[in-house]
Design a protein around this ligand. Structure first.
Ligand SMILES: Nc1nc2c(ncn2[C@@H]2O[C@H](COP(=O)(O)OP(=O)(O)OP(=O)(O)O)[C@@H](O)[C@H]2O)c(=O)[nH]1
Ligand SMILES: [Mg+2]
Length: 298
């Protein structure tokens, strides 16, 4: 299946809920205040968030007036254009090597799976990868990552449950340097019920990466679950305060009808949306593209 069809397929639920609702808004009638009110309702109920919705409506009003648009249907392309603009504000820059990508986020969002998919993707691109199983908190977390490591035949550094996650990262960096690897991928624990300890652990990993591998480009990529909608915005805020994030990955968009919250993320944070997960297999991680995303939900 090609890239477009996979994204389209993955976004089926969001598309269904969003474009079904839009049908009742873009009726072909004259543009009036009811139109804007109904559109506002659709955007908010599609998890786009109040502030972002307000911004979109204001922009749409201004631009429709400027272009002297008369019919509601004429606003459809304009709406798409505004949404693409919002989602393009922070474009992910191409990676440069060597680089370190640490995934972080709350329990069960898909951190380990995303890392496994990335190990495969980078290996397929001919890059040399080292995996750091720095989730030493959950039993079997490193076994799960090991399955992925075996799939892509990449080096994985692990330690026993309860071991120091910083030590795993330290060893992984040493191994990467010795092997002249291109990428170190770091998995972390998602124990948000013990927020303070988790944040300290992440900060410690940051210090180790900066000290031991300062020459590498360092990405702190939060992973959020696409089915949680607006809640994901709070998670990004929380982690961003603690560790200054650089990138976002949104997983499980295949099971979500709430993809609209990506617009809030893009509007509220100066962070690049880098990847989207649209399924559980290794092929189901796509580079995020604003225009393709908007086309897929309309
Ligand atoms: N449908 C779908 N499922 C996904 C996607 N990404 C991850 N999953 C599933 O989500 C579940 C949790 O994934 P994990 O990778 O273990 O999540 P985690 O964040 O590492 O979890 P903890 O380590 O417990 O915090 C697994 O069953 C994955 O297969 C995705 O893009 N789509
Ligand atoms: Mg995990």
């Amino acid at each position: 299946m090609g890239f477009f069809s996979r994204l389209f397929d993955g976004m089926k639920k969001t598309k269904k809920s969003f474009s079904e609702k839009l049908k009742y808004v873009f009726t072909g009638n004259e543009i009036d205040s009811d139109f804007y009110e109904e559109l506002e309702y659709v955007l908010i109920s599609s998890d786009i968030g109040e502030q972002t919705t307000e911004y979109i409506i204001d922009e749409l009003k201004d631009r429709a007036k400027e272009k002297k648009l008369k019919k509601t249907e004429d606003c459809r392309e304009l709406l798409k254009e505004i949404m693409v603009e919002i989602l393009s504000t922070t474009q992910p820059k191409e990676l440069s090597y060597p680089c370190v990508i640490m995934v972080l986020g709350v329990n069960g969002v898909g951190k380990t799976t995303t890392l496994g998919k990335l190990a495969k993707k980078f290996t397929d691109e001919g890059k040399k990868v080292v995996l750091a199983a720095a989730d030493t908190f959950r039993a079997a977390a490193s076994d799960q990552l090991e399955v992925w490591a075996n799939k892509s035949k990449v080096k994985i550094v692990t330690n026993e449950q309860g071991a120091d996650s910083g030590a795993v990262v330290y060893d992984a960096i040493a191994s990467a340097k010795a092997k002249n690897a291109d990428i170190v991928l770091i998995d972390t624990a998602g124990r948000l019920h013990n927020k303070a300890i988790l944040m300290e652990e992440l900060k410690k990993i940051n210090r180790i990466v900066s000290k031991e591998f300062g020459e590498a480009e360092y990405h702190k990529m939060i992973v959020v679950d696409g089915t949680t909608g607006q809640n994901a915005v709070n998670q990004v805020e929380l982690f961003n305060e603690a560790v200054e994030l650089t990138d976002i990955t949104i997983t499980k968009l295949d099971g979500s009808s709430k993809g609209g919250f990506l617009l809030s993320l893009a509007k509220d944070f100066d962070l690049a949306i880098r990847y989207v997960g649209v399924g559980e297999s290794e092929k189901d991680l796509l580079d995020f593209d604003a225009k393709e995303f908007v086309d897929a939900i309309f």
